[in-house]
Ligand binder design. Structure first.
Ligand code: RB5
Length: 151
């Protein structure tokens, strides 16, 4: 899978760890910034780069990491076609894929540890969406809401 990664300074170290980990499992990983943990940066431009790349089909999925996962996912969810899910455990990661067809995984580097983050990423990237059932109807409802509210 082609996976785009973005973070601010707070998410930088975990982003690099996850990129190495997922690359070792055969994924193609692309770092769209930030480039350092040393200087404080806004998560907004990096979130938009990843979200626009995923929405435009340049990447299959995205991973976004800031301190909490909140600001960076809120930003990504302003982009049409993006369903970014903040996950703090593996159950949420499984449901985000199975029920919500999330296309971006958001994590909080100040919320979860490295081991849990790797487990969440494994689950997120190994779980398929349950197509054709009630969850498809609900994702279609999200898309209809998006069409109504995001002009
Ligand atoms: C940065 O200090 C922090 O506010 C940011 O990483 C994120 O947690 C915001 O949602």
């Amino acid at each position: 899978m082609r996976i785009a990664f973005g973070s601010d300074h707070a998410g930088y170290e975990l982003k690099r760890t996850l990129m190495d980990y997922l690359a070792a499992s055969g994924h193609e990983c692309f770092d769209l910034g930030a480039d350092t943990a040393e200087t404080a940066s806004s998560y907004v431009p990096y979130s938009l780069k990843v979200a626009e790349g995923v929405a435009g089909g340049l990447y299959d999925r995205g991973v976004l990491i800031c301190g909490t996962g909140l600001g960076i996912s809120m930003t990504a969810n302003k982009v049409r076609g993006i369903r970014a899910a903040v996950c703090t455990n593996e159950f949420m990661a499984r449901m985000a894929r199975q029920h919500n067809d999330a296309n971006i995984l958001a994590l909080g580097a100040r919320v979860i540890g490295r081991g849990l983050a790797l487990g969440i990423a494994d689950t997120f990237f190994c779980t398929e969406f349950e197509t054709g059932g009630r969850h498809q109807d609900r994702v279609d409802e999200i898309l209809a809401a998006e069409a109504r509210h995001m002009k």
